[in-house]
Design a protein around this ligand. Structure first.
Ligand code: AMP
Length: 203
């Protein structure tokens, strides 16, 4: 398996780039934000619990999100790899992910971190709010709260993967295709390395 994390603050373009990346590389896209919004739409107990946090721009508790990821991994035994989008968002989630992948004799190949200035993030989120139908994109206070949560709890996740030399920063401003090409260059490099080190048969 080839697993990667697309990392970055809210509004950095993770969703947009994920769609292009899964199409090119045939990875299974796992977005915890999308999974949570689907739980809310289906009015499940998990969704109702999660919504209380999401409406305030706060992170949903780790155990809820880790449980969802565990199920998503188990539901896709044939996946040739996963693209994690919006996950892990805390150090505890990162550790849990490593353990879950380890159980499948797999690991994270690389974390691609999109770098976007704060002014640009706020501009993008407010613009997205006009069309996304997402209540957390329309309220300025909630947008601010999400960015505060990112700096407090999520940014340290990059340090976790930096310890393993797995983080690559990518400039997340400019054209969508330009950013996509930057991401692809890094992925292709790692896929080549993986091929060169793979035993002749199997994984
Ligand atoms: P996103 O679509 O990734 O911007 O996520 C929208 C909201 O869902 C976030 O503001 C959080 O409240 C919640 N959420 C998504 N992913 C996670 C996660 N990995 N851990 C905790 N909360 C999350």
């Amino acid at each position: 398996m080839f697993n990667l994390i697309l990392f970055g603050p809210p509004g950095s373009g993770k969703g947009t780039q994920s769609e292009k990346l899964i199409e090119r590389y045939g990875l299974k896209h796992i977005s915890t934000g999308d999974l949570l919004r689907s739980e809310i739409a289906r009015q499940t107990a998990l969704g109702q619990e999660a919504q209380k946090f999401m409406d305030k721009g706060q992170l949903v508790p780790d155990e809820v999100v880790i449980g969802m990821i565990s199920s998503a991994l188990d539901e896709n035994p044939q996946a040739k790899g996963f693209l994690f989008d919006g996950f892990p968002r805390t150090a505890a989630q990162a550790e849990a992910l490593d353990k879950l992948l380890d159980l499948k004799n797999s690991s994270i190949a690389v974390m691609l971190a999109l770098d976007v200035s704060e002014d640009e993030l706020i501009k993008r989120l407010e613009k997205r709010g006009q069309t996304s139908g997402r209540s957390d994109d329309t309220n300025h206070q909630v947008i601010k709260a999400r960015i505060v949560e990112y700096h407090a709890k999520t940014a340290p996740v990059a340090d976790y993967y930096r310890n393993f030399n797995k983080v690559v920063m990518i400039k997340g401003e400019g054209s969508i295709d330009g950013i996509f090409n930057g991401l692809c260059t890094e992925i292709d490099k790692r896929l080549r390395e993986k091929q060169e080190t793979a035993p002749l048969s199997g994984e």
